[in-house]
Write a protein that binds this ligand. Structure first.
Ligand code: WT7
Length: 651
């Protein structure tokens, strides 16, 4: 990506909003002016307009305990009440909240009234199991309505959820359960993926049996979805339907302080151990609702919105659950993969529900491009009026395809930059205001202050680049790393003091628009998901046959980056198998240890790794090798011969 930046900055195509779109747009240019005039006053107004407060707040921001911010902290609210009850009480109970589309084509529709009733019951189930405000609930589920219901029921009673993506291994699940000290796990027997049921409950069982059993978990609540056989631990395991049948239907939502925790979401960092990113309620919900409404131009009474992300990622938290439901939107929740049972599945869903706002990732767009425009061409996509992109930079070629083939040449595309840590969108166009540039995320949203600085922290000007920082606290910002305040300080704040270091390189073009250039740390971005080189290396050296391992993210046409590993085998194990066998075995090993998303696309068995005199592996050079590029500066390398040997093995 960064190699192409000079070309990108010469991207000359411009897409101004149509007068027609601007006239009806929710987010108008005045938002920028208002937020510049009085930033805190702007957020004060948003929080009051967008949310219901059980107890109104009088303070907007308290930054005295920096870098832990407090927003609206003397106010009280209930997140689930905001996403459910108030819509019903204000007469929107019959509006569809969720069109749940199963992969096999089964459909379950929930109105706001029905969703509220479900969440009340499940909240009572949690309470009956002794889960109270502040307790943690681990969620390991397919993308079915019950996943959303579980998150909201947790929020409703003031519990703290930690959703673990269903593609993570038993080990990854266990380490998150342990770190969060979860009392309850909510899962399903299985879910549908690529035409088959993939089991989830067995992974939960394996996770809870690991490390000699004994964990913080007292119960496992199981939704029946896959109808697959599951093992049962009496006294610990409960079926969702049975548990719900035994509780009261009514539950009154109480207000919790605005800084009450809402969820922990684990994400990869530069070390082997994932970070538990902590988010709270008042500020988070304000920014999720504000961005969802304005960036996607949501007209809640007529739009059908669809965000294709899984609730296992932050996008699913903020733009499947909290933002859309706080805004009373109607949305599609789809369980399966884009290509099951046929490659036009997504376009069929858009036609079926008349989806008008679609939010997805560049990697998906690029894989559809490869399949050809004939496939979407068979469906009626004329309902689409706004498109969103997230997870990695969208290359202009994919942007144009998305715009022309999916957006009918007229739907604006909002490229949204943000992170698990930021909680909500931070950089994006406003579709009724901004003239769009394919490939650029463009401008900070109203009320957010971003700079691009050099290594010394000096802000850069138009036409120059550096490191992306967030210069002022924002409502949805993380409030810390669960249980690790030192790591929180070191990771984000030590570099520039009072400015949040995002870990991304960025550049201004001559108009001052922002172009993202990818991570500047040892974090890879594969299909819009963050993976840590250190975590995969540590999984590899954990295998008995491995002596040393180095992992890099190599440019990949579809997934943005791909995981490529270079491995030295232990002398005692070199002859146990062919290099091809070792490579296959190690790819599977990483998948078993961390999860299928971390499986390397290639594992090269090599005899040496390029190191500096101080013994540090030079990943940058390995990246050159993996990408088939001319090898860069090798002056600090101990032995330059090693690289030609590695290159010869690879190519
Ligand atoms: C990293 C955050 C935000 C939800 C999905 C990923 C990259 C994200 C963009 C974008 C360029 C992007 C950054 C960021 N990223 N969106 N629109 N343009 N890069 O969340 O797993 O926390 O990863 O994803 O590198 O730091 P995440």
């Amino acid at each position: 990506m960064s190699n192409n930046i000079d070309n990108l900055l010469h991207e000359e195509r411009r897409f101004p909003p149509s007068a027609e779109f601007t006239a009806q747009a929710v987010g108008q240019a005045s938002l920028y002016a208002d937020s510049k005039k009085d930033r805190l006053g702007f957020w004060d107004k948003q929080a009051k307009e967008l949310l219901h407060w059980h107890k109104p707040f009088t303070r907007v921001l308290d930054w005295s305990d920096a870098p832990v911010a407090k927003w609206f902290d003397d106010g009280e609210l209930n997140v689930a009440y905001n996403c459910l009850d108030r819509h019903v009480l204000e007469g929107r109970g019959d509006r569809v909240a969720i069109y749940g589309e199963g992969e096999p084509g089964d459909q379950r529709v929930y109105t706001y009234s029905e969703l509220t009733a479900e969440v009340k019951r499940v909240a009572n189930v949690f309470l009956s199991l002794g889960v109270n405000a502040g307790d943690r609930i681990a969620i390991y589920m397919p993308m079915i309505p019950e996943a959303v219901i579980t998150m909201l029921a947790s929020a409703r009673i003031g519990a703290v959820h930690t959703v673990v993506f269903g593609g993570f291994s038993a080990d990854s699940l266990r380490s998150r359960i342990d770190d969060a000290e979860a009392k309850l796990v909510v899962t399903a027997d299985g879910g549908w993926r690529k035409g088959k049921v993939f089991p989830l409950k067995p992974t939960v069982d394996a996770a809870l049996e690991a490390n000699g059993g004994g964990s913080s978990v007292t119960n496992v609540l199981v939704v029946k979805r896959g109808e697959n056989e599951v093992a049962w631990t009496e006294g610990r395991d409960l079926w969702w339907d049975d548990a719900k049948a035994g509780v009261d239907a009514e539950h009154v939502a109480q207000g919790f302080p605005a800084e009450h925790p809402l969820f922990i979401l684990y994400t990869s960092g530069t070390t082997g151990k994932p970070k538990g990113i902590l988010h709270t309620t008042g500020g988070y919900l304000t920014q999720a609702a504000f961005t969802h409404k304005n960036i996607f131009d949501l007209h809640a009474d007529s739009d059908v919105y669809w965000c294709t992300a899984d609730v296992g990622w932050i996008t699913g938290h903020s733009y499947v659950v909290y933002g859309p439901l706080a805004n009373g939107a109607t949305q599609v929740v789809y369980e399966g993969t884009p290509d099951a049972p046929h490659p036009g599945r997504w376009w069929e869903i858009i036609e079926k529900y008349k989806v008008s706002i679609l939010y997805t990732a560049p990697t998906a767009i690029r894989s559809f491009m490869k399949l050809g425009r004939e496939i979407p061409g068979k469906f009626d996509l004329s309902s689409i009026r706004v498109l969103g992109s997230v997870g990695e930079p969208i290359n202009p070629e994919a942007w144009i395809w998305y715009h022309d083939i999916i957006g009918g040449g007229k739907a604006p595309i909002v490229d949204t930059w943000w992170q698990t840590e930021t909680g909500g969108i931070m950089i994006a166009a406003l579709p009724g205001v901004t003239t769009l540039k394919p490939g650029s995320a463009q401008v900070p949203i109203p009320g957010v202050v971003i700079d691009i600085v050099d290594e010394q922290g000096v802000p850069q000007d138009k036409n120059s680049g550096g490191l992306l920082v967030i210069s002022e606290p924002w409502p949805a910002m993380l409030r810390g790393i669960w249980g690790d305040p030192v790591r929180f300080q070191e990771t984000y704040w030590d570099k520039f003091g009072d400015k949040y270091f995002a870990g991304d390189g960025a550049r201004y073009d001559r108009d001052g628009d922002i172009w993202l250039l990818g991570r500047v740390d040892d974090v890879m971005n594969v299909s819009g998901h963050r993976l840590s080189t250190a975590e995969i290396e540590s999984a590899l050296v954990g295998n008995n046959i491995v002596a040393e391992a180095a992992v890099v993210g190599a440019a990949d046409e579809t997934t943005g980056q791909a995981v490529v590993a270079f491995v030295i085998l232990k002398k005692s194990h070199v002859d146990d198998q062919t290099p091809e066998e070792a490579s296959a075995l190690l790819r599977k090993h990483v998948s078993d240890q961390i999860g299928a998303i971390a499986r390397p696309s290639k594992v090269y068995i090599v005899e040496e790794l390029p190191k500096t005199r101080s013994g540090k592996i030079m990943r940058r050079l390995l990246q050159d090798v993996a990408e088939g590029r001319e090898i860069g500066d090798t002056t600090t390398l101990t032995d330059t011969g090693v690289l030609s040997i590695i290159s010869a093995q690879v190519h």
